[in-house]
Design a protein around this ligand. Structure first.
Ligand SMILES: [Zn+2]
Ligand SMILES: [Zn+2]
Length: 286
């Protein structure tokens, strides 16, 4: 298994800490909401269906959290690797870190370091997503997407019961804008809580589905978000299968099971293969 060095865990700046705190709190509250309120309401007695829902829900929750923490905990810099003192073709000098940064590495002002094959800075994990943690980020987003869709399915009966059977304008405000309904005193605390959870799951399912498909699309094209945003040519597009391996490791088809499944990355995040078969070192010889 690829050896990873843990970096400082707690997010550095205020916005990141707020986003991280909200995400973690909402994840735990939502997990408990489905497990202890919705599932027992759907299945008051213990049965096979209830057991399956509880096991599947736990699997989704554990995989979301563990992938999330792995994405946060892995050192995304070049670490102890000695970078060359001569500026090679495709490399650039970072005046802040005072070293030669490899191709595809970008300096992040929030993380205060050069990140290998930097994709973007994620405020929810409070750090950059790059070469070493893209796998865990993609899986965390994927599980958030499946989890939100699944929660919508579980909440459907409950939401319909409130919306259709007991419908009035107060309930509508509580569902569409729970905070407004609660502030105006239109809903009780419990109704506010239930409406907030159902509303958050619906928004989250749209948001995370879009985010997951966007990142998967870029991974299959062999491009980072940074390269896509800046209109770079897809010189690292090696075909969808090799692109998947570059992002998720050689055992890309197993990574969904758990972040503990070893899936070594073919590259080191410093030297990259190009579509034309050249390494950056050879470019100058053309
Ligand atoms: Zn730097
Ligand atoms: Zn960053």
């Amino acid at each position: 298994m690829t050896s990873f060095k843990l970096q400082r865990f707690w997010p550095r700046n205020g916005v990141d800490r707020l986003a991280f705190g909200f995400t973690m709190t909402e994840l735990f509250v939502e997990g408990c909401f489905e497990m202890f309120i919705i599932i027992p309401k759907l299945y008051p007695e213990m049965c096979m269906a209830k057991l399956c829902h509880m096991l599947f829900g736990t699997f989704l929750f554990v995989n979301t959290i563990t992938n999330f923490f792995y994405a946060m905990g892995i050192d995304v810099t070049s670490g102890s690797t000695v970078l060359p003192s001569v500026l090679k073709p495709g490399w650039k000098y970072c005046h802040t870190c005072m070293h030669n940064a490899p191709p595809r590495a970008v300096h992040c002002w929030s993380c205060e370091c050069c990140v290998l094959k930097r994709d973007h800075h994620c405020i929810f994990t409070g750090r950059c997503i790059g070469h070493k943690n893209l796998r865990f980020y993609l899986l965390a987003v994927g599980y958030l997407c499946v989890g939100a869709l699944y929660a919508n399915y579980l909440n459907m009966d409950y939401a319909m019961e409130i919306l259709v059977e007991n419908f009035n304008w107060k309930v509508f405000i509580a569902m569409a804008a729970p905070l407004v309904g609660w502030t105006l005193g239109l809903t009780e605390s419990m109704s506010f809580f239930v409406s907030f959870q159902c509303g958050t799951c619906m928004i989250a399912s749209f948001m995370f589905t879009g985010l997951f498909l966007f990142h998967l699309h870029l991974i299959l094209r062999g491009q980072t978000t940074h390269e896509w945003r800046n209109g770079h040519e897809r010189v690292h597009d090696l075909g969808w299968k090799r692109n998947l391996q570059e992002a998720l490791g050689t055992r890309w088809y197993l990574v969904w099971i758990s972040p503990l499944i070893p899936s070594p990355l073919p590259g080191d995040g410093i030297y990259f293969r190009r579509r034309d078969g050249m390494m950056y070192e050879n470019v100058k010889d053309l």
